[in-house]
Design a protein around this ligand. Structure first.
Ligand code: ADP
Length: 325
């Protein structure tokens, strides 16, 4: 993991360090470590039950870690002096008193946190609820409640934002709106962490991905890196895979066996099938390098795997993949 996450980023950092959370015999989160930095949307991705909500709850002081820690701006949530000014969160949009009006709900939150009422009007405007500010929350659609929850998260103008499955149950307009807002918040230099079990959603929203499975880190990578690694490789088969691997690595390619056992930049062992996945070199270049060394090729197929497929492959494999520097 990178050191010095606290310095030089205006303190807008989430750090999860060796976090473990057990519920009885269930290990919900298992020695999980990652850092989320400002200026990007980071998708926190994993199948249902992977431990995303648990991690977020510990981060927000709603649950205690069994061991390890989850920090906002270098501190545990409980020791933040004015938490709403440092971290905003949306965990459960349903958690608002139905009889309360939108403005009053936010006004109550603002007062309790030393935030002026002017800010309430500002955030209602930002989430598109200014027109229904005096309406009771009980009559709000799921999308409107979601917006209200986001308004509450933004109230203290925090540098760190955490949203648990924010697009669940929203219609396409709502999904698009949330996506654009998340991107705008990151562009303002905030640290934005959004959980989802859907790669299709994260692909369109996130710049970086922290993928977990069974409470453990599977990948900490940029979306681009993942796409390059899984989606845009070229599948190559040869009766002389080891020799071909050496040639292609020398030529600047990254080679792994088609069953996915080697890491980036490392030379794969000899897979039985002779199947390799090459990235960083196009099919044409691969053919030319092979020909120059007299190595026969049985297959050269550019892959167009989607990120969804990459995600399935990663979570099925369950092992850690290239923890990013
Ligand atoms: P995700 O958010 O990725 O869907 P969760 O963090 O909700 O995953 O759950 C991770 C694991 O921890 C699951 O096996 C879940 O059943 C278990 N779990 C979560 N919260 C509790 C709890 N309060 N009591 C017991 N088990 C829990």
């Amino acid at each position: 993991m990178c050191g010095g996450a606290r310095s030089g980023e205006g303190g807008r950092v989430i750090e999860v360090r060796e976090l473990t959370k057990r519920y009885g015999r269930t290990v919900a989160v298992d020695r999980l470590s990652f850092v989320v930095r400002p200026g990007a949307v980071t998708g926190f991705l994993g199948p249902n039950g992977a431990g995303k909500s648990t991690t977020m709850r510990v981060l927000l002081g709603l649950d205690a870690a069994s061991s390890g820690e989850a920090l906002v701006n270098g501190r545990r949530y409980a020791s933040l002096r004015r938490p709403m000014l440092e971290v905003g969160a949306l965990l459960d949009a349903g958690a608002v008193h139905a009889g309360r009006k939108a403005f009053d709900h936010l006004g109550w939150l603002a007062r309790g946190n030393g935030i002026g009422t002017r800010r309430v009007a500002e955030v209602l405007e930002r989430v598109g609820l200014a027109g229904v500010a005096r309406k009771r929350v009980g009559g709000f659609s799921l999308g409107m409640r979601q917006r209200l929850g986001i308004a509450a998260a933004l109230l203290g103008d925090p540098g760190v934002l955490v949203f648990d499955e924010p697009v669940n149950g929203l219609d396409p307009d709502g999904v698009r709106w949330i996506r654009e807002l998340m991107r705008a918040l990151a562009a303002e230099g905030r640290t934005v962490l959004i959980s989802s079990h859907l790669m299709s959603e994260m692909e369109l929203t996130a710049d970086r991905l922290v993928v977990i499975g069974r409470g453990r880190l599977i990948a900490d990578t940029s979306v681009q890196e993942l796409a390059d690694r899984f989606g845009r490789g070229v599948r190559v088969r040869s009766p002389r895979p080891d020799e071909l691997t050496r040639v292609l690595v020398t030529a600047g390619g990254t080679v792994e066996s088609a069953n996915g056992t080697a890491g980036g930049g490392r030379v794969a062992g000899s897979p039985e099938s002779g199947g390799l996945v090459v990235s960083g070199l196009e099919a044409k270049a691969i053919g030319e390098h092979a020909a120059a060394h007299g190595i026969p090729l049985y297959e050269v197929t550019p892959r167009n795997a989607s990120l969804e497929e990459a995600y399935m492959e990663l979570t099925a494999r369950g092992a850690e993949f290239g923890a990013a520097s």
